[in-house]
Ligand binder design. Structure first.
Ligand code: SF4
Ligand code: SF4
Length: 155
């Protein structure tokens, strides 16, 4: 695709965070088909969700050195429908334990805090679970929207 300026290379960090029900993969758990640093053992028949996913780094967010397997976290741009508004979200998903405490993660949060995003960090708290935390951008939401987003994040 010409509009994606970067390449995954040996990264397969996104084979950990997301649940993929069709192959029985749980949240926050490495996919059993993932050969870390090499690739997907079922590449030709991998699920549609795997084919479609492109993290924010791959789409050009951050610097070249911020490839997820190198910094230990994934940046993901997404949207959450809150009542009649779609709220732009940048989530930082912890892949390696402690990576969200790194100077680079803090620098990125400080930087994106100036943009139009609600920023959410998801730290791993068990083998199959992330704990979401809104770290900045609450100002884009009124009280009711904040409560609704909190409810959705807990699901
Ligand atoms: S986390 Fe991003 S760079 Fe890494 S494999 Fe997934 S899409 Fe590619
Ligand atoms: S099926 Fe392949 S691409 Fe999808 S999560 Fe598993 S290893 Fe990664």
């Amino acid at each position: 695709m010409t509009d994606i300026p970067r390449a995954c290379g040996g990264c397969n960090a996104c084979c950990k965070p997301f649940a993929i029900p069709e192959i029985g993969k749980l949240t926050a758990t490495w996919c059993t088909h993932c050969v870390r640093g090499v690739g997907c053992a079922i590449y030709e028949t991998r699920p549609g969700a795997c084919r479609m996913f492109a993290c924010a780094w791959l789409k050009g967010v951050g610097e070249g050195g911020d490839r997820p397997d190198r910094v230990g976290f994934i940046m993901n741009q997404t949207g959450v429908q809150v009542f009649d508004r779609t709220i732009e979200i940048l989530e930082l998903l912890e892949i390696d334990p402690g990576s969200l405490e790194s100077p680079r993660a803090k620098q990125i949060v400080d930087h994106v805090a100036r943009g139009p995003y609600v920023v959410i960090q998801r730290r791993q708290v068990s083998e199959t679970e992330f704990q979401p935390e809104v770290v900045c951008g609450r100002g884009f939401l009124n009280d009711a929207e904040r409560a609704e987003m909190h409810r959705q994040l807990q699901q």
